[in-house]
Design a protein around this ligand. Structure first.
Ligand code: HEM
Ligand SMILES: [Ca+2]
Ligand SMILES: [Ca+2]
Length: 296
């Protein structure tokens, strides 16, 4: 059972310490806010929010960093290390890496202009990780709507939660390899938007694979509802993005969020809290890692 006051006596400086480290990382590179938010998602969807994504590979542990959705893509691990050492300086051995990820994700959203919320805490860190669970549990950008709905429902999140959480793509970047097939082969895409994206993402597999484009064509460094607005104009970057507005059951939710930013914000917050509640380790399970990259 997580609670917002979990560290109020054991680490009163926790929130200010995390926030200042996250803010300084974002001021050096705006994209870092997006990268930290995504790390929390990729942690929670793989055996719950237990810091498993932060573990480095060793000879005896195959971690999640090299799973397909993360390899050459998940980033921000050094910033989490910086936050963890700042927190260890004020309250050694008290705060889990899993909780640090949850707070860093919230602070990233707030710093980029999104809604604020109280983060529930008390998660402990896993002593295991699973590359195969990461490959199976994190949805790929080729997913269709039914696949997206079932991946989220597998972790207890509703279709509405899914459409709200996908609004995280209002910030951050994707690699050419994640959207190439869409911009060259699909028809439910705005033609001028497709041409713009084609200019920095060559058609041939293996060329320019890591070239980046913003997930939100309008405001990729601001947490707003332009992601959902773009979908109404067939300007979703990923195949999976445009699936949310493609004549199916989620069209009406996308329309609601486009017309009503405060409804998007409140649903996003509720869904982030729900995602943060996925299978936490509590009590005497797991451990409080000293270094987020390895077991104690
Ligand atoms: C709905 C299913 C989802 C799919 C299929 C998906 C897929 C992707 C893909 C393919 C990328 C680009 C990765 C790359 O090319 O390197 C990406 C980026 C991103 N995703 Fe998602 N995602 C989904 C949901 C979410 C959720 C729920 C969140 C957070 C709440 C999220 C946050 C982000 C962020 C912030 C980025 C940009 C990261 C950066 O710039 O470093 N995504 N996502
Ligand atoms: Ca995890
Ligand atoms: Ca935006």
């Amino acid at each position: 059972q997580l609670s917002t006051g979990f560290y109020s006596s054991s680490c009163p400086k926790l929130f200010s310490t995390v926030k200042s480290t996250v803010q300084s990382a974002i001021s050096k590179e705006t994209r870092m806010g997006a990268s930290l938010l995504r790390l929390f998602f990729h942690d929670c969807f793989v055996n719950g929010c237990d810091g498993s994504i932060l573990l480095d590979d060793t000879s005896s542990l195959r971690g999640e960093k090299n799973a397909v959705p993360n390899r050459n893509s998940a980033r921000g691990f050094n910033v989490i290390d910086d936050v963890k050492s700042a927190v260890e300086n004020v309250c050694p051995g008290v705060v889990s890496c899993a909780d640090i990820l949850a707070i860093a994700a919230r602070d990233s959203v707030v710093t980029l202009g999104g809604p604020n919320w109280d983060v529930k805490l008390g998660r402990r860190d896993a002593r295991t990780a699973s590359q195969s669970a990461a490959n199976n549990g994190i949805p790929p950008p080729t997913s269709n709507l039914n696949q997206l709905i079932s991946t989220f429902s597998n972790v207890g999140l509703s279709t509405r939660d899914m459409v709200a959480l996908a609004g995280a793509h209002t910030i951050g970047q994707a690699r050419c390899t994640s959207f190439r097939a869409r911009i060259y082969n699909e028809t439910n895409i705005d033609p001028s938007f497709a041409r713009t994206r084609q200019s920095n993402c060559p058609r041939t597999n293996g060329t320019g694979d890591n070239n980046l484009a913003p997930l939100d064509v309008q405001t990729s460094t601001v947490f707003d509802n332009n992601y959902h607005k773009n979908l109404l104009q067939n300007r979703g970057l990923l195949h999976s993005d445009q699936q949310l507005f493609n004549g199916g059951s989620t069209d009406s939710i996308v329309r609601t969020y486009s017309n009503n930013p405060s409804n998007f914000q409140s649903d996003f917050v509720a869904a982030m809290i729900k995602m943060g509640d996925i299978k936490p380790l509590t009590g005497s399970k797991g451990e409080i890692r000293k270094n987020c990259r390895r077991l104690n």
